[in-house]
Write a protein of this length. Structure first.
Length: 52
């Protein structure tokens, strides 16, 4: 198992810049300082099986 958590990419809600954050980082855009960031979609394929 990895000892370091993988950084996650977020998109700034104001300027659209991509920000990479690690656990414990301040949730704030590094370009404009805006504090609303949206998580980028994962590239990993997600498969859901629904049962009736």
């Amino acid at each position: 198992m990895d000892s370091q958590p993988e950084p996650v990419s977020y998109i700034c809600g104001d300027c659209g810049a991509e920000n990479t954050l690690k656990p414990g980082d301040v949730i704030q855009c590094r370009e404009c300082g805006y504090r609303i960031l949206y998580k980028k979609r994962t590239r990993r394929s997600m498969c859901f099986h629904f049962l009736k």
